[in-house]
Design a protein around this ligand. Structure first.
Ligand SMILES: Cc1ncc(C[n+]2csc(CCOP(=O)(O)OP(=O)(O)O)c2C)c(N)n1
Length: 278
């Protein structure tokens, strides 16, 4: 586990470098991987209680990647904490019989709690798991669910939000990666989500709003989570930039997913390192 801010910032940079390296070889969901990379680094490498040697441990925190297309950033963080070798991830990504792909699959990868890819299901599943943990008397574990802001237009998200509040699932923590873009346009033009924090607040949730690229704020948000025995579920609304750190990807819907050319890779690597130093 990394505890220092400087270590976390360095780890986040390494994750971004690895994402870009993969994106020069294969098509990945680079836009939404980069927007959530800082939050995911802090979640996996600082916050979550998770033993890579024992992914079935009852006392573990549970993680559900509801925006299932951000599988690469998840797997790279899992590799960083020792779930499997990073070399194996690179070698097996999007190959026949490989454990890693554009979406996470539990059938082939034991470090995946729930297979995802079809948006809008993670919060309901997470609420169910959180309720089960409470019933079993588990007062230690939390359930973390990472969603996209575009994903919020799935009605099932709000059924789960209402349910989690009613059943006082304080052990449930949702994180919404608010990058303002979906796969083919802005949220403003497609769904009009508006103030997502206000909506969760209206559903009885504890709401934390952060800049999802400032490691200080991300760490503070995790540090200030109420205990799993609290009554209200918590949502961390992370304001982010899709394609963060790479000028030709930032806010560009064409980079929801894709593969870079050699020239693009060179530029992206230079920019991501410069941004980390700034
Ligand atoms: C139920 C469902 N509908 C459509 C899709 C296709 N799809 C994949 S990613 C995506 C955009 C999601 O936007 P957002 O949740 O904001 O993700 P991000 O921008 O963070 O990548 C869509 C529509 C899907 N995977 N599942």
């Amino acid at each position: 586990m990394l505890t220092e801010l400087s270590q976390l910032k360095e780890a986040a940079l390494q994750i971004k470098v690895d994402l870009l390296t993969l994106c020069a070889q294969k098509s990945i969901h680079i836009g939404g991987d980069l927007s959530v990379a800082d939050v995911m680094t802090a979640l996996w490498q600082y916050q979550m209680h998770y033993d890579p040697q024992n992914p079935e441990d009852e006392s573990r925190d549970r993680f559900i990647l509801s925006k299932g297309h951000a599988a690469a950033v998840t797997s790279l963080n899992q590799a960083a904490i020792g779930c499997f070798r990073k070399e194996d991830f690179f070698q097996e990504y999007a190959t026949n019989g490989g454990r890693f792909s554009m979406h996470s699959c539990k059938l082939v990868n034991p470090f995946v709690e729930v297979s995802t890819g079809s948006l809008g299901h993670g919060l309901s599943i997470g609420a169910g798991i959180a309720a089960g943990l409470k019933r079993k008397g588990n007062t230690r574990s939390r359930v973390y669910v990472v969603m996209g802001d575009g994903e919020q237009c799935e009605g099932s998200v709000w059924e789960a939000a209402m349910h989690a509040s009613h059943y006082q699932l304080g052990n449930l923590v949702a994180i919404v990666d608010c990058n303002g873009l979906e796969a083919d346009g802005t949220l403003e033009e497609l769904t009009g989500l508006d103030d997502v924090g206000q909506k969760y607040r209206a559903f009885g949730w504890n709401v934390l709003e952060i800049n999802g690229h400032r490691m200080e704020e991300i760490k503070d948000a995790f540090d200030s989570l109420p205990p799993p025995t609290a009554q209200a579920p918590t949502v961390i609304v992370a304001h982010t930039v899709k394609g963060n750190g790479v000028s030709f990807m930032e806010g560009n819907v064409n980079w929801h997913a894709g593969k870079m050319s050699a020239e693009q890779f060179e530029q992206a690597m230079k920019e991501i390192r410069e941004k980390a130093e700034a």
